[in-house]
Design a protein around this ligand. Structure first.
Ligand code: MRU
Length: 367
């Protein structure tokens, strides 16, 4: 998507310097800082510190990490070490392990001399595939938004609500939850987006920045406002992303998603999840019982970073000195609260049959 009229992906290969470049998202939306990722430690820090974030993007980044490892030392041992080193950076989003598994499964049978070039090509492929998957999610989500628009008075906007940032910078391009929004806006359908702030890291500010750059009307709201807006008929549809969806359709996403799903159900608002197939964990059924939830540094809850009145970027403490903080980063929305899953192959029910019908080959492979 575009920043100040110039097309960007959230990461790209710098062919001149033979190095990966990323947008360091810690500084967004206030400052656009580009970083070269040069060492394995740089890769681990970029993922753990959320310089890159969002399930699909951390998967693509990890694939470039494997490419660097193979350029340094293409041995079997180093391939396994790179897998382990990168996999432990963030435990919840399955795309990280998906990308690492895919790289290792393809590279292991190869001659060592071929691995460095093949690993780099694989990272490019994973990135390009992500863009295409998200584009198709946008087309499939657009059809749902069109249906809602058709039932409203002409010209009245479809009011969407989203949580966290499942936008283009959380993927390689387009985003997942935002892709239907970009497609709808580009097709001339009037939409308005309620953007949850998403404490503690305020990913909603990133979503606002994205939507604003694309000219999409939106309003940034506190995390607690969504239920109230739904009770008052101000939300036509919720669309969120996902970090891991189980084979029966339980959805693990940014903390607070579950509460939005409960409010949506209580108010008869459709709750959709944009789901690229690499985010499905075919080995897991019960998301609440089985998905590991990342517990992040409590400082993310007690301190907050932003633009200060003098224009500089700074951090302030919001709690009394020494206040203990708790910071579970994700929660699980059980499948019965999910109206539908918007995938690259179409929209399906959040059930084993729904997902299995769209992706039969993965079901068979997991059996
Ligand atoms: O902790 P984050 O910012 O990486 O969490 C991101 C989310 O929860 C997104 O909704 C999810 O990864 C989908 S991104 C297309």
């Amino acid at each position: 998507m575009k920043i100040d009229g110039k097309h960007f992906r959230s990461l790209w290969w710098n062919y001149d310097d033979a190095v990966l470049e990323i947008i360091d998202q810690r500084w967004l939306p206030h400052d656009l800082r580009i970083q070269q990722v040069k060492t394995m430690q740089d890769f681990a820090d970029a993922i753990y510190e959320m310089r890159v974030r969002g399930a699909p993007l951390i998967g693509a980044t990890a694939a470039y990490g494997v490419a660097l490892a193979m350029a340094n030392d293409p041995s079997d041992g180093n391939l396994d070490d790179a897998w382990t080193f990168l996999e432990k950076t963030r435990p919840t989003a399955i795309n990280l392990r998906w990308a690492l598994d895919r790289c290792r499964n393809i590279l292991k049978p190869m001659d060592e001399h071929d691995r460095a070039a093949a690993a780099l090509q694989l990272a490019h492929d994973i990135s390009d595939e992500d863009v295409e998957i998200n584009r198709k999610i946008g087309e499939n989500g657009l059809a749902l938004i069109r249906d809602i628009a058709a039932r409203k008075p002409e010209g009245e906007p479809v009011r969407l609500l989203t949580h966290c940032n499942a936008g283009w910078i959380a993927t390689v391009d387009w985003g997942t939850a935002t892709s239907p929004m970009y497609h709808a806006h580009d097709a001339g359908l009037p939409i308005h987006v309620w953007v949850d702030e998403t404490r503690p890291r305020n990913q909603g500010a990133l979503t606002s920045w994205e939507l604003g750059s694309h000219g999409i009307p939106h309003t940034y709201i506190t995390d607690n406002a969504g239920g109230h807006l739904m009770q008052h008929g101000q939300v036509d549809m919720v669309i969120t992303g996902t970090d891991r969806t189980t084979r029966r359709g339980d959805v693990c996403n940014k903390i607070g998603t579950y509460l939005k799903a409960l409010a949506a159900r209580d108010n008869g608002v459709p709750f959709y999840v944009a789901l690229p197939s690499p985010t499905i964990d075919w080995t897991v059924d019960d998301g609440v019982a089985e998905i590991p939830i990342e517990e992040r540094d409590a400082r993310e809850t007690t301190h907050i970073m932003g633009k200060l009145e003098d224009g500089s970027i700074g951090t302030v403490q919001v709690t009394p000195d020494g206040t203990p903080g708790g910071n579970p980063a994700f929660d699980v929305t059980p499948n019965h609260l999910v109206t539908g899953l918007i995938t690259e192959r179409g929209v399906c029910a959040a059930t084993p049959e729904g997902l299995g019908g769209l992706f039969p080959e993965f079901v068979q492979a997991a059996e």
